[in-house]
Design a protein around this ligand. Sequence first.
Ligand code: ZN
Length: 172
Amino acid sequence: MALRNILKEGDETLQKHCRPVTDFNARLHDLLDDMVETMQDADGVGLAAPQVGVLRRAVVVLETNVDAEAGEEPYVIELVNPEIIESDGEQEGPEGCLSVPGVYGWVKRPEHVIVRAQDRNGETFEREGYGLTARAFCHEIAHLEGQLFLEVSDHILTEEELDAYYASGDEA
Ligand code: ZN
């Protein structure tokens, strides 16, 4: 496993449409392993393949909706060729991106989504996401269409607005 360089806003790779993954081989497994390591190293909750310069439809998301009191830890979900097949509800809140460091925008997303994807071996599965996880699924899948959150943000939060939001305890 190895850390990969995270491309930053302005790199045109981040604006491109990604192609489906067709080979579920060692190369894909290396990519996913590296993406997980790179996301964790950067303290992120999601990372898409184009962010590390690979124009393929693969993302990793940290599932943070776990029962901490029961000793559960957040864990990584790997999604290959993901698509959102159902979404409902609405949430609003600050959203950031490892490719746009230090910038947070106010973004509306569905509160709940169901994603259909393949795992690293090509097995199809469906997965529900609520809250922050639903937000991360939407954000990461948008990367595969070349879209950054900046394009869907109502406005970019100032440092004061961000401090006030987190001080209010009204986190998504
Ligand atoms: Zn992002």
